[in-house]
Design a protein around this ligand. Structure first.
Ligand code: AMP
Length: 398
């Protein structure tokens, strides 16, 4: 049983940091409510115990204080629905007299949503006095926002110092994220395959270097594979390439060899004569792409080779797509990887998918329920697997 599940919130006011940073359309209608849905079990558990909940979140990137567009009031109606009609009050300022009064009069079973924390610059600055003001609103602090765990902001980390050890804890979302990330990072059963894709090598260097200490196999796909191809003397046509990272790619390959980690690069690619959904396409060896053409997906041979490695794995970490999966012609590689990860998971492997675009791909292809865990925190997850400590996690564990 977890600290959160064991705690009885009866009669207590829980100050819960959530990630309600959902997309809205021009009519203020929520177009993807996954982040809100994710944290509903945490809120419901507190309410069911007979406690009350004070929710705080950031929302968008307001530049200069309160802005209609970034008001969390637009979420109240939908939140009531997700909470099966529970009473949800709204404080139009996250600190100050009205927030204090509304929280003081909050009854068991009721929810108070505070206005956007980022209407105050103090939030992102990690201002201690601002964090202390927020802390006064609740009896205990629950952090359920994994997506901002890598930020040392007032509400995600600094606030924790105002609560004793038994009055600060992770919510269910954070507990799940932390447990699955730790499982991959520290208790991985071998073979451990990391699948790293996406556009840029520069974004993924630190994660690859850290994984060289832990994984048995690293599959490199997506646009970043071509910098490696060029580093090895390949001809990559117009494929994505970071020329200033060629030495880094060579170093990674050298380190992997010294450590006995297998690096798998795509032997073939789906190439295109333009970066467009309507481009002409062909299959070509990844180290010999004709001038005027670019690799936009791994080819069928690479997909099969990668799938074989994945299917023999006991631990899988997947960050980043294998190609430009947003276009139909270049999604087969990413889809094949999703199928292989699902098959390995069915065979008993633990699979963690994280990072915005791989999560989007797994959702798009309908494999969300066939992997062990889908992480909600792109940046936070990346930093965790780069080996950095996350302020939002440390603040609770301290
Ligand atoms: P990242 O955010 O670094 O994980 O990159 C994800 C993006 O990389 C997606 O939008 C993909 O379309 C893009 N991508 C993947 N493979 C390629 C490729 N071969 N060439 C160009 N872009 C790619």
């Amino acid at each position: 049983m977890s600290k959160f599940s064991e705690h009885n919130f009866k009669g207590q006011k829980a100050l819960v940091r959530v990630d309600f940073n959902v997309p809205l359309n021009a009519e203020y209608v929520i177009t993807d409510d996954n982040r809100m849905r994710a944290t509903i079990p945490t809120i419901k558990k507190i309410l069911a115990d007979g406690g009350s909940v004070i929710l705080m979140s950031h929302f968008g990137r307001p530049k200069d204080g309160p802005t209609e567009k970034y008001s969390l009031k637009h979420l109240v109606f939908h939140l009531v629905k997700l909470l099966d009609g529970a009473t949800v009050k709204f404080a139009d300022d996250c600190i100050g007299a009205s927030a204090s009064e509304l929280s003081a009069s909050l009854q068991p079973g009721e929810v108070l949503l505070l206005e956007n924390l980022r209407f105050y610059k103090e939030e992102e600055k990690g201002d201690v006095a601002f964090a202390e003001k927020l802390s006064k609103l609740g009896d205990l602090y629950v952090n359920d926002a994994f997506g901002t765990a890598h930020r040392a902001h007032a509400s995600t980390a600094v606030i924790a110092q105002f609560f004793p050890g038994d009055k600060k804890m992770f919510g269910l979302v954070m507990e799940g994220e932390v447990a699955s990330a730790e499982k991959v990072m520290h208790q991985s059963e071998k073979p451990f395959t990391a699948i790293i894709g996406g556009a840029k090598v520069s974004d993924k260097i630190l994660i690859i270097e850290n994984l060289l200490e832990r994984a048995t196999d690293i599959i490199i796909g997506g646009g970043m594979a071509y910098t490696f191809m060029k580093a090895e003397g390949g001809k990559i046509g117009n494929s994505l390439c970071e020329n200033d990272r060629i030495d880094t790619a060579l170093e990674i390959l050298k380190k992997a060899e010294a450590k006995g980690v297998n690096i798998h690069l795509p032997s073939d690619s789906i190439i295109a004569d333009a970066f467009a959904a309507t481009a002409h396409t062909a299959d070509a060896p990844s180290f010999n792409i004709p001038d005027g053409w670019m690799g936009l997906d791994i080819g069928p041979n690479a997909a099969e080779q990668f799938s074989n490695v994945i299917k023999q794995s006991k631990t899988i970490l997947w960050n980043g797509p294998m190609g430009v999966f947003e276009m139909e012609k270049f999604q087969h590689g990413t889809k094949a990887i999703a199928i292989a990860v699902a098959a390995a998971t069915k065979n008993g492997a633990f699979s963690l998918v994280g990072g915005g675009d791989s999560v989007a791909a797994v959702n798009q292809f309908g494999f969300t329920d066939q992997v062990s865990y889908v992480s909600t925190g792109g940046g936070a997850m990346l930093e965790y697997f780069e080996g950095k400590s996350l302020p939002g996690i440390d603040a609770i564990n301290k």
